[in-house]
Design a protein around this ligand. Structure first.
Ligand SMILES: [Zn+2]
Length: 151
């Protein structure tokens, strides 16, 4: 009689342990799925944000600098260290173009025009360009720097 009761009790305990283990497994599986889903959501949210932060910093030669988001389409004219409305071809002029995530020196009347030959600056090109993240017009002290959102 006592023996039988004892056996039944052990059987019940084992079943309870199994149930608990199963519950714990379900919780772990659920947590793993939730974590994976969260990671995907975070990646999706972060990606456009970092791209949106990509920008070009333009230094004009008089200490003034402006930042232009890489996604903007814009022409910036600098004459004698100042941003001006439009190009006139007068001496000391630089015309910077920003389009499709790229920036380049469209026109400059500096002595050698070296800055116009430095190519286009973009998130991709900075890895292979000799000057990296910079376009430099040394005679006019005009600099364009690519600043990535992820940095
Ligand atoms: Zn130049």
């Amino acid at each position: 009689m006592n023996f039988c009761t004892g056996e039944r009790l052990i059987g019940t305990m084992e079943r309870e342990t199994d149930n608990k283990r199963q519950t714990r497994n379900w919780i772990l599986t659920g947590a793993a799925i939730a974590f994976a889903a969260l990671a995907v959501v975070v990646c999706l949210l972060m990606r456009p944000e970092t791209e949106a932060l990509d920008r070009f910093v333009i230094r004009c030669g008089n200490g003034q600098s402006i930042e232009v988001p890489a996604w903007e389409t814009r022409t910036i004219v600098i004459r004698d260290g100042r941003i001006v409305e439009k190009a006139t071809g007068e001496s000391g002029e630089n015309v910077i173009r920003i389009e499709n995530g790229e920036a380049w020196m469209e026109y400059a009347n500096c002595p050698h025009g070296e800055c116009m030959r430095q190519g286009r600056l973009s998130a991709e090109s900075v890895r292979t360009r000799p000057l990296g993240t910079w376009i430099v017009c040394a005679p006019h002290k005009v600099y364009i720097e690519y600043a990535g959102g992820a940095q």
